[in-house]
Every structure is written in C-alpha cells, then in structure tokens.
Design a protein around this ligand. Sequence first.
Ligand code: NOJ
Length: 545
Amino acid sequence: MTWWKDTIVYEIYPDSFYDSNGDGLGDLNGIREKLPELVRLGVETLWLCPIFSSPMKDGGYDVSDYLKIRRSLGSLEDFDQLVKSLKDNDMRLILDIPLNHTSDQHTWFLESKKSKKNPYRNFYIWKSGRGHAPPNNWISSKVGGSCWAQTKETDDYYLHLYSDWQPDLNWENPEVRQAVTQVLQFWIDRGVDGFRLDVINKIGKEPGLPDVSVDPATNLPEYPEAFFQNHSLSHRYIQELRSRLIGEDLFLIGQTQGITELEAYAYAAPIRKELDSFLQFEPTDYYREKKQSQEAFIMGWKERLFRWQMIDAELAAMIFFGSHDLSRTVSHFGEDRRYWRESSKALALLLLSLRGVPVIYMGEEIGMTNARYRHFSQYQDIRTCLTYQRRVLEGGEPEEKVLRDVWETSRDNARYPMHWSAESHAGFSVVKPKLSPAINYRHVNVARELNDKTSILSFYQRMINLRKVESTLRRGSFKPLECQPGVISFQRLWQGRRLVIEVNLTSREKDRTFFEEGKCLITTHSKHKRQSKLAAYEGRILVIQ
Ligand code: NOJ
C-alpha cells in the first residue's frame, strides 16, 4: 500500500502560519518551531503553498524563480532543516507548485519578451495580433478581459489564462518540459515527497489556439475552457513528466478544477501512470443561497460530496472542505456563532470519516472563522481587490453590500494569520502583520484550546487518532444511508467491519432514521441524551456488530 493512501494532510499557507523573525510574515523556521503542535495534532503530511521566489501578486502562484526560497520565508538551509525535522518526526512534505504559468518577473519571461530571436522566446506562447485585436477571442473567466497581452519590445501578444503578469508556459516546447522536470527533480533531491500541481489540467492547449464561438444573445465569446481544460495534450505532458522523475513513492496531486469522474479516472487511475490523486471543487464551490434553508443547502452539498465518494474504487480523491482559496470551513458549512464549537466538531467528524485522502486546512482544527474585515482596505487578495474595483468603483454598487459578499467569499478569509494565542497579533508575530487576525482571536486560538478536553482542537486530535487506527475509515467502501434532510449519513465497510456515520448539519434536532444500534466509537456531544435523535450539529460514528 502506498504511504499516501493512509496519510492525513495539513495544508499551510506559509506567509500566515508563524513569524519566527519578527518581520510580520510567516516563515519556514516558524513552521519548524510549531512542528511539535502539528505532531501533537497527529497530521502526517504537510502541504506547503508555494514557497518560491515571487513578487507575491497572487499569493506565490506567480513564481519568479523555482529554485529559490522566497526571501521572507528564509533560505534553502532553512528548508533543509525543515525537511530534516519532518523526517525526524516521520512526516512527509508536499510542495505546491504552479507550472502552467510563471510570474512575468521570471528570467525565462524577461528573456523571452526581449526579441523574437531570444533563446527563451518559445518558453511562452507568443502570437501576432489580428490588426489591433489579440490573436484570438479568449477571455479569462478568472480575472476577466482578454487572455492576451502585448509587450512593447515586439508587437506580439503572449497568452495568459490568469492575470497578465502570469504568462502561460509553452508546454509544447520540449525545452520547457525538460526545464520543468529539472525543477521538480531539484526539490525531490532535497527530500520532497510529492507535489500539488497547480492547475495542471490547463497545461495542454488546443494547437492553433482557435477562436471560441460567440454567444449570439450577448455577443460575447464563450469561456474558452474547452480549448485548454483537460486537453489530451495535458495527459501526454503529465505522463511524460511522471516518467522522467526519479524518486521513490512520489505523491503527485493535480489541482484539476471542473473535471468529471471520467476525467478524474484519466488523470489518476494507477494504470494511467499520471497523477496519484486530484482536487476537484464541486462540493466546495457550492454556497448557500440567500433564501435557501439549512436543510436544502446541506442536501445540495451532500449530493455533491457523495457523487465524489462513489467514484471508481481505484481512485483516491483528496477530501477537503477548506483551502487557501476558500472560505473557512465552519463559516461555509457550519454555523460560526451560536454553534461554532458543535458545528466545527461535526465537520471534523465528517471530513475524517469520508473516503479519500483528507486535508485539514490550517486553523480549521481550532475553528477559525471567516475574517469579516470592516473595510475593503484591509483585504489584499488580488481577486478581492478586483471585485472592489469592478463592483464598487466601476459598477457603483454600495460598498457595504459588496463587503458583505466578500465576507463570505474572499480568499483572505483563509489567508489571514494563524491564531496562536490571545496575545497581541494573535501570537502570530511580534509586529503588526500585513493581514490582520480576525476580530475573534482572543476567543479562537490554539493556546485556549490546547488543554481543554472539550475543545475543537482536542476533538480533531481524537478524530485523527481514530482514523489512524480504524482501517475501515481509511480503506472501507462507501454507501449512502437514508436520513432526514440536513443530516449526512453513510456506511463504511472494510473486511466485515461496518461503521455508520451520522452527522446533523443543522441547528435543529433531527430524528434518526437508522435504527440498528451499535457501539458508539466517537461523538461530538459528550452525552447523547436521546438515542432516537441527533441534537443540533451532533455527529456520531457507530460500529455495527
Ligand atoms: C489555483 C490556486 O489555488 C490559486 O490560489 C491561484 O490563484 C491559481 N491557481 C493561479 O495559479
């Protein structure tokens, strides 16, 4: 059995984890200092969001040098020390790396744009325009506007699926594929166990880059995804990349937004020798609508979650509720005020009993909530800034209204500093950090939860331990069970051992519809008063004899 099939991953956004040198930003030594906390929690694999040199316009997903550690995070020596400490604790390391695009400050791009004859010209996708128009009509669904930008050095345009300072690498060019392989090998040789390959399902583009059709109703071009998302060329490139990497038991995860089950199979079935696992966002891209009842929301969520639980037995999906791109788990799927503690625990129980490789996003284990800053000026995420520009400055919508939306969706909800204690700056740094902690940090922090047996943190520890000893939770088959609206219930079965999981994700008491009694392995509520009911946000795991 490959190690990663049994592991529990913890995702860290390094700038916001712990500042060990008092510059207001997290760093690698900070992660090392806090390793005992993670060992105590029980997580086994760290996933670090990009740690490479970067102008940081997109949280590090704009790399200017793949072989250097970003200065604010430390040095290669610090990295080696971190790897050593991880190995000493039997832990693994996964680096998050964007290879679809670089920063426009990467030397490859600085060279490439100099002239048509530059040896790096073909590292990117250049084309001449059509009169004064870009080479084709693709528009970026993520940032809006054309996917092309022109440089003054030549008249040509370069392709960028994201912002214009994130030019796309030209994977058609064998030299690019070679260079990228060398980058990954460099980190493997330094002790890395795997990679989270950012938007890797976009590296292959339709040859000739044809126009997309224009919607006659709006006169706007369709989104061009069909020409670059899950293209057969991406599979070819990933297979080639994998076959060239030298390393034992490497764990390759693809960030593959918008895939179907069939596409997931094509990327991650062992026979394909491409990726080992994948991240898909159908359940997490789902938000509660204004007038939707809790029950209806949870039923919609459950449907999406379950669809990805019942995929082919050969596939191992990554299971996550939060990430550096998403809202905080308890604010999104739970209730972060009245039932903050209960709903955080219920979600922990659910996450750690589903099929797949679970990922806990930093701070989830103490129930960190959305940031809800009072002013737009406190936000830094590029997408939030663009929202402000488009909706408030250009669209004239009231700032207050847009701010309320941002409270739910901004990526800064996940990126603000980790709350370590009730001390100033939430114990994250001795100076004022770039992003403020959330207003509730005196109440929601690690120190407060550490020695409290009833805390969210203690519950995560127990659930993690349970998953480690219960092979059924890690390997068992999955079967949905009948239940009341707002409840999520399913069975896991492994070698004759049957577990039933029941989680009420509403603030109302619910009748149980499962009547076979069993021994309760774990529950979110210390005593469950009535066997036939589930209290608000109560979750249980039963062993059915
Ligand atoms: C996906 C990453 O998760 C996100 O943070 C980033 O902005 C885009 N890819 C572009 O690299």
